[in-house]
Unconditional design. Structure first.
Length: 193
């Protein structure tokens, strides 16, 4: 006897409704309206394969990139919960006041970041310097609805930052491979214990 459809909470369609963008856009089934919440935090990933060498978000551009993120959050009233700069991509845990603010924020920050790291100006355009589009995909977002999901997203962004700073080695299993001796590096865990 089969279960009623509303009881199948592990169905990909139900879980996938809270994620949008990034490499998900390569499949037609994932092309729907972007879920945005003004009540729940959102995990935002901005990735560029062109962000290498002098165009990287890290090293000499790290302070400028962080200042752009902070300024845009302040300008649009977006709460920045956690930030991770991984040189070719950024992980941000944010809380947006409204859908309209998200749309203004994302247009503004993606343009500002691309111009800042490339050095483009009115005289020399971004396409000339980079040789095409700067961003690989549309921004990836995931709405975080539960406390457990929030803690996992917070741990994930923190782990990315620790790996970028080479405090922890890169690992394939991500959060599953964090040893008990490494848990003290996650600042929010220290505050709760």
């Amino acid at each position: 006897m089969s279960k009623a459809p509303q009881l199948k909470f592990n169905d990909l369609k139900v879980r996938g409704e809270l994620r949008f963008g990034g490499s998900l856009m390569t499949k037609a089934k994932n092309r729907h309206a972007r879920p945005i919440s003004s009540r729940d935090p959102m995990h935002l990933v901005l990735r560029s394969s062109k962000a290498k060498g002098r165009f990287s978000f890290g090293h000499k551009n790290a302070a400028r990139v962080r200042a752009i993120v902070d300024n845009h959050c302040k300008r649009y009233g977006v709460k920045l919960i956690e930030y991770s700069n991984n040189f070719n991509h950024l992980h941000l845990l944010l809380k947006f006041p409204s859908r309209a603010i998200y749309l203004r924020f994302i247009r503004s920050i993606t343009g500002s970041l691309a111009l800042a790291v490339s050095g483009a100006s009115k005289l020399k355009g971004l396409a000339e310097i980079i040789g095409g589009k700067f961003w690989d995909f549309r921004p990836f977002t995931r709405v975080i609805r539960s406390w457990r999901g929030y803690r996992i997203a917070l741990d994930y962004v923190t782990l990315n930052q620790l790996e970028a700073l080479e405090i922890l080695p890169k690992r394939t299993g991500r959060l599953r491979e964090v040893a008990d001796g490494e848990r003290h590096l996650f600042s929010h865990r220290r505050r709760r214990s």
